[in-house]
Write a protein that binds this ligand. Structure first.
Ligand SMILES: Cc1ncc(COP(=O)(O)O)c(C=O)c1O
Length: 404
């Protein structure tokens, strides 16, 4: 499983502390359904072209769900490798006993970073000859070979060597005998475009990617695993699958765009819940919260809920979001504050101090997803998921159920 020869010993995954808290009196928490992630991984894997494997993208602490439980669930569901953005994210997974191949998708340019990569058997992304030569020198110094992935810029204009110089850099990597080319990849800039087929940009990126692959084949240069698709590219269909796909958002149960929903049945894995800490009855006309952005239109019962923008609820949702309680929707009112928000509970007499409301996730037949928040505040579901701060403990959903 480990992508290189000499193996340092990692603590076993079963020794690792649980990443999820279990405190029975949380004010608010993120609930993570690891079984949903496992099922999403296995459904995604089954959807892929035969021979194509799933890389679970677990960067940014598993898109806010907790990198370790997500990695474990995705690997149990059939993912063959993991993708992280930073060196530390990869090291953390190794230190917690994860042995699967890990690709670091950010750029590592310092000798210390690349040395650490070698030590922990993480595969760096190579965009230029400089970091390739440095990696080679470091690997040669230890007598080992270092597995790397070459990144091509085919139209994202972020990381990667310009695709026109891709075959030449690949040839240079092959000349460095302490490097092993484990993969060649690129990243799509517009795969979730809402047209009927792939967008012009996706088509152009794929043509450029294939052009480099042809040049490599003509020169007899092995590419290792070829990969291009993120979630949107993967759900788009087999033409973008190649040998491996790097899937983030879909693994967590969300389609990257409405027209890609339903390709694979996906279960959202995150719930965000918080407790009511105070109920207050106010007369009509009372102004509520900072700036009095909402005035009670009638005698009202307000509930104070113990979660705010410091926990990751965007303040721009003030007066524009709802929460779920007993399967029904209750409006949030007034400015969302740092640690608390208010809801209008006038029509919900069953709500009590200590009741748990759902901000994101399901309650009965109702569901509020990150895509709903994203549409309201003009962002994307990725940013909503990654926005939940560590003040909110991550609870496994089977444990959190006892909380309500
Ligand atoms: C290089 C790369 N590959 C794959 C992904 C996964 O993208 P998605 O969450 O859309 O599947 C990302 C995420 O931003 C990425 O940066």
């Amino acid at each position: 499983m480990i992508p290189s020869t000499a193996a340092p010993s990692f603590p076993s995954a079963t020794d690792a502390p649980l990443a999820c808290g279990l405190h029975p009196t949380q004010r608010a928490w993120v609930e993570v359904d690891a079984a949903a992630i496992r099922r999403n991984a296995s459904r995604l894997q089954r959807f892929l072209r035969p021979g194509c494997t799933l890389m679970a993208v677990v960067k940014a602490d598993g898109y806010g769900h907790g990198a370790l439980p997500v990695a474990q669930a995705a690997l149990a569901g059939g993912a063959g490798s993991l993708g992280v953005a930073t060196l530390q994210e990869g090291v953390d997974l190794r230190q917690r006993g994860i042995e699967a191949p890990i690709l670091v998708m950010g750029n590592l340019v310092g000798a210390e970073e690349l040395h650490s990569c070698l030590h922990w058997q993480l595969m760096p992304t190579i965009s230029a000859l400089e970091e390739a030569s440095l990696s080679h020198r470091l690997a040669a110094g230890t007598g080992r070979r270092m597995a790397v992935h070459l990144k091509l810029d085919t139209g994202m204009a972020r990381l990667g060597v310009d695709w026109r110089a891709g075959a030449q850099l690949l040839a240079s990597l092959h000349a460095l005998d302490h490097l092993e080319v484990a993969g060649v990849y690129s990243h799509l800039a517009d795969a979730d475009a809402a047209d009927t087929g792939s967008s012009d940009l996706t088509r152009q990126q794929q043509e450029r990617f294939e052009c480099v692959l042809r040049q490599a084949a003509d020169r007899g240069l092995a590419t290792g695993q070829r990969h291009l698709a993120n979630s949107a590219g993967s759900l788009h269909g087999p033409s973008l699958h190649y040998d491996l796909v790097r899937v983030g958002l879909a693994l967590y149960g969300h389609a990257p765009a409405p027209h890609l929903a339903g390709q694979v049945p996906l279960e959202p894995a995150m719930g965000v819940r918080a407790r009511v800490t105070l109920l207050r009855d106010v007369p009509a006309g009372v102004g509520v919260s900072y700036g009095h952005q909402w005035h009670a239109p009638r005698p009202s019962r307000l509930a104070v809920v113990a979660i705010g923008y410091a926990d990751g609820v965007p303040r721009s949702l003030s007066n524009r979001m709802e929460v779920l309680f007993a399967g029904r929707r209750l409006p949030q009112v007034g400015a969302i504050t740092m640690d608390q928000l208010l809801i209008d509970a006038t029509d919900e007499p069953a709500l009590r101090v200590g009741s748990v409301v759902t901000l994101l996730g399901s309650d009965g037949d109702n569901r509020i997803g990150p895509e709903h928040w994203a549409a309201t505040c003009g962002t994307i579901p990725w940013e909503i998921l990654c926005g939940f701060k560590h003040r909110l403990p991550r609870l496994r959903s089977e444990d959190a159920c006892h909380e309500r």
